[in-house]
Design a protein around this ligand. Structure first.
Ligand code: CTP
Length: 401
C-alpha cells in the first residue's frame, strides 16, 4: 500500500551536510505516492544543487523570495496552503532558532509561519550544538506549539564526532511522515457518512437536484479512514473516486438514501450527514418520459423525510454531525438546526458567491451546545482532517462520560 497517496509534502531543506540525504528522501516520498515540492534556504543551496531536487521531485525548486511567484502560479501563500505537511529536513540549529522566534526572513521560514498545515522538523547538527541549552529550549518551545520532531539519531557525524545529532535516515523519515497522517483518533470507531446530492425523479429522464459535488463528504471519508475509522459511505450521484478502504453504497433519491442509512446505522458510533438531501420531491413522478406535446408536467412537490433527524430519534443514536449551508445569519441558523435535529455538532458555512458547493476550498465554523471553532479557508482535504480531529475529540469525550 502506498502510505502517502494524495499527500502533498513541502520539503524544506536548510543548511546542513545532511542535505544530501534529502535527495533520497524526495525519491522515497514519491515512491509512497506523495507529491513533493522543495524549498531550500540559501545556505542549503551551497551544500546541494536545486537541480537535484528539481529532477527528483519533478517540480520547480523554490529558494529565493520571488521563486514562489515564478511561472507555476504558486505565490508563497498558495504554496503554504498547498502543503498537507511541511517537513524541514535537515533542520539546522539556526533554522530551529528562527522557527522558534517566528522569524520570516527567508522563504522557508515565511512558509512555516504562513501555514496552517502540520509541520515536522528533522534536526541535523553536531552533537554539541544539539546538546546546547539554546537548542534544547528552542525544541521544547516548538514541540509545545505542536511542531513534530523526527529524530535526531545517534552515531558518527560528518565532523568526526560521535553522538546525538544525525538526521534520521530517509526510510525512517518516511515512516515518521506517514505517521503524522494517521492520528488514530477514530481508531476502531464505526462511522457512517452521507455525501453528495440526491436526485428526485420527475419522470423516467428528469429529476430535481442541487449543486453538491460530494467533495466535502468524500474528503471526510478519506480523513476518517486516515484517523482509523471503519467507514461506510452512502453516496448520492457524484463524479468522484471511492477512497481506499471505504465501503460505498450508491443511491439516487432521498428515499433511497434514507433506506440505506437506516439499514446501516445500527452499531454506528459516529454519523456524519454531509449530503445535500433534497428537501422536496415531485409528489407524482411519472414512470414514462413525459412528452412535450402532453403539456402536463406535474411538479407538485412533497417533503422528503429528514434523514439526520430520523437517526437522532433512534434510541441508540450515534454521535451525530450535520451540515448547514447558509446564505445569511449563519450562526443563528446553525444553532437552531443543531437543536432541532438533535445533533452533537454542526458544520456551518456560507454558500453562494463562489463559496460552498462545487469549489475545492472552503472555510467553516463548527458549533456545539456550548462552544464553537472556526476553521480558516483551506482545501477541502485539509478542512476534512481538521474536522475529523475535532469530531474525534468530541466523540471521545462523550464516550468517556
Ligand atoms: N438533512 C437530512 N435529510 C433531509 C434534509 C437535510 O439528513 N431531508 C441533513 C443534511 O444532510 C444536513 C442537515 O440535515 O446535515 C441540514 O440540512 P439543511 O438542508 O440545511 O436542513 P433543512 O432542515 O432542510 O433546513 P432549511 O430550513 O435551511 O432548508
Amino acid at each position: 500500500m502506498m502510505e502517502l497517496s494524495n499527500k502533498r509534502v513541502l520539503l524544506g531543506v536548510s543548511g546542513s551536510i545532511a542535505a544530501y540525504k534529502s535527495a533520497e528522501l524526495v525519491r522515497l516520498l514519491r515512491k509512497q505516492g506523495a507529491e513533493v515540492r522543495v524549498v531550500m534556504t540559501s545556505t542549503a543551496t551551497e551544500f546541494i544543487q536545486p537541480l537535484t531536487f528539481q529532477a527528483l521531485s519533478g517540480n520547480i525548486v523554490y529558494s529565493a523570495w520571488d521563486d514562489a511567484d515564478r511561472g507555476d502560479g504558486m505565490g508563497h501563500i498558495e504554496l503554504a496552503r498547498w502543503a498537507d505537511v511541511i517537513v524541514v529536513a535537515p533542520a539546522s540549529a539556526d533554522l530551529l532558532a528562527r522557527l522558534r522566534q517566528g522569524m520570516a526572513n527567508d522563504l522557508l521560514t515565511t512558509l512555516c509561519l504562513a501555514s496552517a498545515s502540520t509541520i515536522a522538523v528533522a534536526p541535523a547538527m553536531n552533537r554539541l550544538m544539539w546538546d546546547n541549552a539554546a537548542t534544547k529550549e528552542n525544541l521544547a518551545v516548538l514541540k509545545q506549539r505542536g511542531i513534530h520532531v523526527l529524530g535526531p539519531g545517534a552515531g558518527g557525524q560528518a565532523c568526526g564526532e560521535v553522538g546525538l545529532g544525525r538526521m534520521l535516515e530517509p526510510e525512517q523519515l518516511v515512516q515518521g511522515i506517514s505517521g503524522l497522517f494517521s492520528s488514530g483518533i477514530l481508531s476502531g470507531a464505526k462511522l457512517l457518512l452521507t455525501a453528495g446530492p440526491t436526485r428526485e425523479p420527475i419522470d423516467a429522464m428528469r429529476f430535481l437536484s442541487n449543486r453538491s459535488s460530494g467533495k466535502m463528504g468524500y474528503a471526510l471519508a478519506q480523513a476518517a479512514i486516515e484517523a482509523g475509522a471503519d467507514v461506510t459511505l452512502v453516496s448520492g450521484p457524484v463524479a468522484l473516486a471511492t477512497p481506499d478502504r471505504v465501503k460505498r453504497l450508491d443511491v439516487n433519491s432521498a428515499d433511497e438514501m434514507y433506506e440505506a442509512v437506516m439499514s446501516e446505522v445500527a452499531g454506528s458510533d459516529v454519523f456524519i450527514c454531509a449530503a445535500a438531501v433534497a428537501d422536496y420531491k415531485p409528489a407524482n413522478p411519472s414512470k414514462e418520459k413525459v412528452k412535450r406535446k402532453d403539456n402536463n408536467v406535474d411538479l407538485a412537490l412533497t417533503q422528503n423525510r429528514d434523514i439526520v433527524a430520523s437517526v437522532t430519534a433512534l434510541p441508540d443514536k450515534p454521535f451525530t454531525v450535520g451540515f448547514a449551508a447558509e446564505t445569511s445569519d449563519i450562526e443563528a441558523h446553525a444553532r437552531a438546526k443543531l437543536k432541532r435535529k438533535g445533533l452533537d455538532l454542526i458544520a456551518a458555512n456560507q454558500v453562494g458567491d463562489g463559496q460552498g458547493a462545487e469549489v475545492d476550498e472552503n472555510a467553516m465554523t463548527l458549533y456545539w451546545a456550548d462552544g464553537s471553532q472556526h476553521l480558516e479557508k483551506t482545501s477541502k482535504a485539509k478542512l476534512a482532517r481538521q474536522m475529523v480531529t475535532i469530531i474525534g475529540e468530541h466523540y471521545r469525550a462523550t464516550t468517556r462520560t
